[in-house]
Design a protein around this ligand. Structure first.
Ligand SMILES: *Cc1c(COP(=O)(O)O)cnc(C)c1O
Length: 822
């Protein structure tokens, strides 16, 4: 194992302080993910949105004693060696680079075959499939999930140990210069270039440049596997004379694809390899999966897996769940459904997620036997038990013969079962209440049956909320903020329909400064679910003030009448009471006007225990350029009114005016804080920067029935849907009671089924509606997208003359929310 001095040499760093030799096992870059302080070395990375050096003190307090830092002193000039007298400190020029150098050094200690994968799409699936397909012959180590970034790659490669015989790592880049840094870390001996598409085009001057940059991963490979039907890629590989092994439908290739035809749920591929024709059934029918499978086929052939055995292995291939989902379940429980696969790295990621949800009752894990890890059983389950312990899990349910054998290692409350059917036979829903349950099983254990047993709503309509997209949007707006501007995020109306607790929790995790809700009950709900951020309540009713105080929620006060009621029953104690003053500068909804000031301040002066934390106003037309002059007038009136507020109070308060549209349009008026709303949820209200945001919500339902009708027949209530020709009609399980607006009736609305747009026919009913699927191959059970990335909220809102806000917040509470990250 590397010593601290050797680490300094590998990273060209300077040992600022060395106290004692310590094991160097865990590389930590996100302070929130600390699990085992002893043996952890923390890399303080200064990134675009955050600076790891801010968390050194907290980590030191938690017992971390090895730090990689970028300067000897804090920004305020204190010496790190004085602050952390017991820690080993290494100063490097750039902590991320040091992490990469360490990983590259680690990689160079192993002389094994390593497959490096890049390309625009399919990297993760090809990686996961290859791991499945090659595991009969090899002990495989691979990137967890989609760990393919400048940070993810070093962490992936760090897992390599001396038992592994094959590494499979993916690399993704978004800018020139990045792949050069990843190549020495992965040092692939075999390459796969999956394909080239539009992803990250914006970072490169041309597609060709993007291909050239990506190819830098393969500067030292023995062979590159790719499909020359991607002409641009083919051209570059040839120009650079990279040794290759190819499959193709259209070009000369090592593996020539003669035909690929769909048969039921399979695709039959006929190919020629070494002058012999072969047939292969791939257990998928969509284009992307076929391409991914053919890359795998090429790899198996290249690795000389006997042709006769390839079919056998492919038959056992299963789709890869690309995401971790959090679902509502019985008795107030939530499930984190991770049926991805069960290895040690995946377990660590899922446990992090579990631990980062605020405590709301117990934390439980249902865990199957783990897949091969390159460790002995003894070591493996000791590590699993240590991980679980470090993540404060209350209850462990182990399923499988191997994990059961090692049950003595777990010291939480435990139960073990030999198999999934054993567990289900004894399953009693009453044993689970208000728990957050991580369900993590290797594929063969069929844990989807357990997930099913826990789920409550069977209604087929779901609103999927992409938590990664939320974070992306949050960071986008953050990137626009001056360093000392605070960020308040609006989570009113169930976080714009997206699920208040879950969204608030994510925002708390990502350290926003403030949350705001409309009503007291919304705030109470947040507190009951462990949200500790300051929360402003915008529309407090007078009878809710006691409740607000009890839950440490801060009311917005917008009129003298409301203030009097608030002051009337302030308790006679010494506590501070925080309020926010809303000023009306032209919206004419709520707020004080200058005329109120004569009464307002003398009244406040009588109550020194009341502290005005902030004062703000709301723009009436920030989304439209047409109202720019009006907005400017509101802002300038606010500035002078707010100055008077501060002068009369005699102390500083937080001043804020901008909503999402305002942040984009008036960046120079951020003042002390901004209030982000709809932008977080993926809609850029001015329209000019929509490209920069990611869509967050996907509303989906399913087809209940498909039927044929003949010309002249009618569909639905009031016989409004008239068939002007013979038609095929699909009934889908969403209606106005789910929030699907009745104005979508009769062709105004569309849904996407199997990638095709289908218009609504007839009137939208309460729980259902009908769509025209004539000429499309639609069957009962197919998925229908009501809105999502390809059918945007903005488009759907425009179709019926409303705004995205209304569509989002209308999705009714009976629609199950599913939260996922990729
Ligand atoms: C809802 C709301 C916001 C956020 O508005 P968006 O247009 O969604 O960004 C900001 N301020 C106040 C007072 C609000 O009520």
């Amino acid at each position: 194992m590397l010593t601290f001095q050797e680490l300094a040499a590998v990273t060209n760093g300077k040992v600022l302080q060395f106290v004692q030799p310590l094991p160097l096992n865990h590389l930590l870059t996100d302070s929130r993910k600390l699990s085992q302080p002893s043996g952890t070395v923390f890399f303080a990375i200064s990134g675009k949105y955050n600076d790891g050096h801010k968390y050194l003190a907290a980590l030191y307090k938690q017992g971390v004693r090895q730090f990689i830092i970028e300067s000897e002193q804090t920004k305020t000039g204190q010496n790190y060696s004085t602050l952390f007298p017991e820690a080993n400190l290494l100063v490097v020029e750039n902590s991320l680079k040091a992490l990469q150098q360490l990983a590259a050094w680690h990689r160079s200690q192993f002389n094994i075959t390593v497959i490096g994968i890049t390309g625009s799409n399919g990297k993760t699936i090809v990686k996961e499939w290859l791991a499945q397909l090659l595991s009969p012959d090899e002990l495989v180590v691979k990137s967890p999930r989609s760990y393919n970034s400048q940070l993810g790659v070093p962490l992936s490669v760090w897992q390599l140990n001396s038992n592994h015989t094959l590494g499979i790592f993916e690399a993704g880049i978004s800018l020139p210069g990045e792949m050069e840094k990843l190549q020495p870390i992965i040092q692939p001996t075999i390459g796969i270039f999956t394909n080239i598409g539009s992803a990250h085009d914006e970072g490169f001057t041309s597609r060709q440049q993007k291909v050239q940059e990506k190819l830098k991963l393969f500067t030292n490979v023995d062979v590159l596997i790719y499909c020359p039907d991607h002409e641009l890629l083919h051209h570059e590989v040839q120009a650079q004379s990279i040794k290759s092994f190819t499959w193709s439908r259209h070009h000369e290739a090592d593996v020539k694809i003669n035909a690929a035809t769909t048969a039921g749920h399979k695709t039959i591929v006929v190919y020629t390899y070494r002058n012999e024709k072969q047939r292969l059934a791939i257990p998928f029918t969509d284009e992307a999966s076929i391409e991914n499978a053919l890359h795998c086929l090429a790899m198996l052939l290249y690795r000389q897996v006997p042709v006769a055995e390839i079919q056998d292995r492919l038959d056992r291939l299963h789709p890869v769940a690309m995401r971790l989902e959090m679902k509502e379940a019985i008795n107030g429980c939530y499930l984190i459904d991770d049926t991805y696969n069960n290895d040690l790295a995946g377990l660590a990621i899922a446990l992090d997620l579990l631990a980062n949800q605020p405590q709301r009752g117990k934390r439980t894990i249902i865990l199957s036997d783990l897949l091969e890890s390159g460790l002995s059983e003894e070591e493996l389950y000791s590590q699993v038990a240590t991980f679980i312990k470090a993540h404060q899990v209350d209850k462990v349910i182990g399923i499988g013969p191997t994990i059961s054998k090692h049950q003595a290692k777990f010291d939480a409350s435990v139960a073990f079962y030999h198999s999934t059917p054993d567990f289900l036979a004894q399953f009693n829903p009453d044993d689970f209440r208000n728990e957050l349950i991580l369900v993590k099983g290797a594929r063969v254990f069929e844990f989807e049956r357990i997930v099913h047993a826990f789920q409550q709503k069977v209604h087929g309509t779901v609103l999927e909320v992409n938590l990664d997209a939320l974070v992306h949007n949050l960071n986008y707006y953050r990137s626009k903020l001056a360093p000392d501007s605070k960020l308040m995020v609006m989570v009113k109306a169930f976080a714009y329909g997206s699920g208040s607790f879950e969204v608030a929790n994510l925002l708390q995790f990502h350290r926003v400064d403030y949350l705001a809700v409309a009503y007291a009950d919304e705030g109470v709900m947040l507190r009951e679910n462990g949200i500790t951020l300051p929360v402003m309540v915008m529309n407090p009713s007078p009878d809710s003030f006691a409740k607000l105080r009890q839950h440490n929620l801060e009311p917005e006060i917008y009129s003298l009448g409301l203030l009097e009621q608030y002051l009337k029953d302030l308790p006679e104690d010494t506590s501070r009471h925080r309020i926010h003053l809303k000023l009306d500068t032209g919206m004419h909804r709520l707020g004080f006007t200058p005329e109120d000031f004569e009464m307002l301040f003398p009244l406040l002066q009588q109550y020194p225990q009341v502290q005005v934390v902030s004062t703000f106003t709301h723009l009436a037309g920030a989304d439209e350029a047409l109202h720019n002059d009006f907005s400017q007038m509101q802002i300038s009136n606010f500035r002078s009114m707010a100055a008077e507020v501060e002068a009369r109070l005699g102390y500083k308060v937080i001043k804020h005016v901008l909503n999402s549209a305002g942040i984009v349009r008036f960046p120079e008026h951020q003042l002390d804080m901004v209030r982000l709303g709809i932008g977080l949820y993926g809609v850029e209200a001015t329209g000019s920067e929509q490209q920069a945001l990611k869509p967050v919500s996907i509303l989906k339902t399913t087809v209940s029935q498909v039927k044929s009708i003949t010309k002249g027949e009618t569909v639905g209530y009031s016989r409004k849907g008239i068939a002007d020709s013979d038609k095929t009609i699909a009934t889908i399980a969403i209606g106005y009671a789910d929030g699907y607006d009745r104005r979508f009736s009769n062709g105004a609305g569309q849904v996407i089924i199997n990638g095709k747009r289908c218009p609504i026919i007839g009137n939208v009913c309460m729980d259902m509606c009908m769509v025209d699927v004539t000429g499309l191959h639609v069957k009962a059970g197919d998925e229908a997208i009501v809105f999502g990335p390809k059918l945007t909220l903005t488009e759907m809102a425009t179709r019926i003359g409303t705004i995205p806000y209304e569509l989002l917040t209308n999705v009714s509470s009976r629609v199950k929310r599913i939260f996922f990250s990729e």
